[in-house]
Design a protein around this ligand. Sequence first.
Ligand code: ADP
Length: 512
Amino acid sequence: MTNPPTELASIDVKNPADGTVVGTIANHSSKQVAQMAANLRAAQGEWESIGPRGRADWLFKFQEWIYDNTNKIADVLQSETGKPRAEALTEPAVVTDLIGYWARQAEGFLTDGHPVQLGPMTIGKRLTTIYRPYPLVGVITPWNFPFTMPGIDVIPALAAGAAVLLKPSEVTPLSAAEFVRGWTEIGAPPVLGLATGDGKAGSAVIDCADYVQFTGSTATGRKVAVRCGERLIPYSLELGGKDPALVLSDADIERAANGVMWGGLFNAGQVCVSIERVYVEAPVYDEFLAKLTAKVKALRQGQDGRECKHDVGALATDAQRDIVQRHVRESVAAGARAVTGGKPASPGTFFEPTVLVDVDQTMTCITDETFGPTLPIIKVADEAEAIRLANDSIYGLSATVWSSNGERAERVARQLEVGAVNINDVMVNIFAYSLPMGGWKQSGIGARSGGAEGVRKYCRRQAITAPRIPTLSKEMLWYPVSQGTIDFAQTLLRAFAARGRRRVSLPKWLEW
Ligand code: ADP
């Protein structure tokens, strides 16, 4: 008889750029996660009761801590992701920016509502909607932005008054540990916990949360949805993407080439909203390709220290590098050609920034999410073909449209089957916290951000009705029933609900 495999008590974290072990984290058991959840729940009531202003104070203190510790945070980010310094520095900067937004706006977004509804049933009532947070929100994050990802979801959940149990990816948990360390160091109420470990720790978080915000692959997102469904708890999923760029014949080609390059290669292409397919109208194809290729060739790839020297860093894991390599290999075998890049670059998990041509819609580099530094380019006859091919995907996260004609660009944007479109720009919607960021099709369910919705999603809405005029000893429809009151009530309801002559209840003999 063989023994069942023993659970790892801890997991080593590696720097993918050079393979060194840079830290170790606990692989928390379900029991440990449940204990954390209980502690967070115990602290949540007080957190809710200090109100949005009290919470904003703590969020701004946390923001100050991030400003003061930016270099340390960037060091940790680089150590576990192999990102270049410039990219590591953007992560804490984004979190401070979104703290500024949610801390200032949450109070307004959580204000009670008093909807007006004129009707015989409600006319004498004061109607109120209030927002009460889910006590415990589970936030499960992936490895590509280990400090920003927690920020995007944890901050609005805390602003809503929930306690949060954060479960970062086992590949890059050290930056999330910094995030939680900061919260603890400022002496904030103990409403932010850190559960570390593999997928089992993630499922343990789902088992004790009241709401789950998940970011990761579509395959894991489906498992999360199933588990949440079994528990009958709400969730929001931010999943994979295969974002198209549509370069139209009247585009500013210099800007389009710069934007597509950055949008495809930022974070070595490991961004859910990175550009993964490029459709270029025939008249500008040659010019666009020449510019893009020259620019990509000039990029500097490598491992940074504290100085910003490189543009493109390593991939997060060996497995990710292998996926990128397979996509390129399979596409080349099917007839594609790398005009620059196309190979892994050692040591570590680097993969050369790659531009692929002679690509068609059936190749792996177009059908599957690559999550790497590849830009497959397809020449299209016209705008209609660009739209048709862009929409031909199981994913629908976001897209970019490049054109100097604003009306034309917007007309194209409105025909794309995606959650967000940036015109003549990339990824900017992510920083527009007042806009919803949500994927269509297999790219997600629900949305992040979205102004008021961004904090209200972490709340249960409660409806309260109360009389606003003196009440009688009984309402019209309360017992005992009588024909007279039913007839009167129906006449009244009809007078409010119907339109035109149907507002008036006519005697039977007068109806026509
Ligand atoms: P990737 O990090 O490659 O996008 P995943 O989508 O699998 O991969 O991982 C995203 C996050 O989901 C990670 O924090 C991971 O540990 C967690 N996770 C993996 N499997 C599960 C699961 N069954 N339930 C909950 N969380 C999971």
